[in-house]
Design a protein around this ligand. Structure first.
Ligand SMILES: Nc1nc2c(ncn2[C@@H]2O[C@H](COP(=O)(O)OP(=O)(O)OP(=O)(O)O)[C@@H](O)[C@H]2O)c(=O)[nH]1
Ligand SMILES: [Mg+2]
Length: 161
């Protein structure tokens, strides 16, 4: 099974990411009428239902039960906490592993130098650790998707090197 890891960065990356996870869940609900955790949903979500040793082909239920047994293979990073906080108040809040959220308060204000010199070094280890943790949940990691705008402060640029 090929597994995909998402890293969503900044306002743009997290807004697009949020739409992606919503659509992924809806689409899966459309094609997988039995509501089981199969390979296709496993590519993007891990099943955290601990009642089963082999998580494949087990029921994932419906409604809140379904969402609470799924965790997106994602790390959310934003040095301005607003967008991530809104996501955490919304219907998808349980889809994200809280250990994979990395936020600060004020952001870089589109100032790349601040992202590069300040937030990058400050959050380098925390970001690496979250991505490592997320990747370790994958038996067969296919790739990372990094979602972000071309503008903004981009603390992760330092990390990505
Ligand atoms: N397509 C699209 N573009 C967006 C969205 N949100 C922001 N942008 C664009 O992204 C650029 C600014 O980047 P942001 O993503 O806001 O910046 P950031 O990564 O949060 O960085 P800082 O806030 O400076 O720390 C501008 O060109 C915006 O127009 C979105 O939801 N969709
Ligand atoms: Mg921002």
């Amino acid at each position: 099974m090929k597994l995909y890891n998402f890293i969503t960065v900044g306002q743009c990356g997290n807004q697009i990411g949020c739409r992606f996870w919503d659509i992924a869940l809806r689409e899966h609900a459309n094609v997988n009428k039995k509501g089981v955790y199969d390979e296709s949903i496993g590519s993007f979500f891990r099943n955290v239902d601990t009642r089963y040793n082999d998580p494949l082909n087990i029921p994932i239920g419906s409604g809140r039960g379904k969402i609470s047994s799924l965790k997106a293979r994602a790390v959310l990073i934003d040095m301005e906490e607003g967008v991530v906080s809104e996501i955490m108040k919304g219907p998808l809040r349980e889809v994200f592993d809280h250990k994979h959220l990395i936020t600060d308060v004020s952001g870089s204000g589109n100032n790349w130098a601040v992202g590069h010199m300040e937030y990058g070094p400050r959050y380098h280890d925390q970001i690496s650790e979250a991505i490592r943790r997320s990747a370790e949940f994958c038996d067969c990691l296919q790739c990372f998707f990094v979602l972000h705008s071309m503008g903004g402060g981009k603390c992760h640029v330092t990390w990505w090197r």
